[in-house]
Design a protein. Structure first.
Length: 148
């Protein structure tokens, strides 16, 4: 069955679709590793979403790099070694979303307003100016009166 997409214009270029598929599989695998590393290094909603999207793309585009079949569902379909990378990336993404939610709850708990300090007469306490004591002040003698 011919493909609806024509990959090449030259008549003798049958290897070109395979080269494109391999390239796209490698790009998907690299994006999977980069997004998973980003999510592990800095877990927040955007990095977790990137890891989940990369896991989905890898699951769809890993055809050229699948590896051995670990569990066969039908004679043509099954769980392969490459599918385990998607499962690991989805686990990393779920952990990142959970860490993001946990950090958000911690920040909300810390963001409570501090109690206002109330003075004895129930007014807001104003900072009082601290003046140096008499012994802290160096007064220079001016004029002839204070000379010894």
């Amino acid at each position: 069955m011919p493909s609806p997409v024509q990959w090449g214009t030259a008549a003798g270029n049958e290897r070109e679709p395979m080269q494109h598929a391999l390239f796209y599989s490698l790009v998907a695998m690299c994006s999977l590793f980069a997004a998973s590393t980003w999510c592990l290094a800095r877990p927040h909603a955007l990095s977790s979403l990137a890891a989940a999207v990369a896991a989905a793309l890898w699951f769809l585009m890993n055809g050229m790099l699948e590896g051995r079949v670990l569990y066969s569902v039908t004679p043509d379909h099954g769980l392969t070694e490459a599918d385990l990378l998607s499962a690991a990336a989805l686990g990393i993404s779920a952990w990142g979303f959970r860490a993001t939610a946990r950090n958000r709850r911690r920040r909300e708990r810390r963001a409570r307003p501090a109690p206002r300090s109330i003075h004895v007469d129930e007014t807001r306490a104003m900072p009082q100016q601290i003046l140096p004591g008499q012994h802290d002040v160096n007064v220079r003698a001016r004029g002839p009166r204070n000379q010894h």
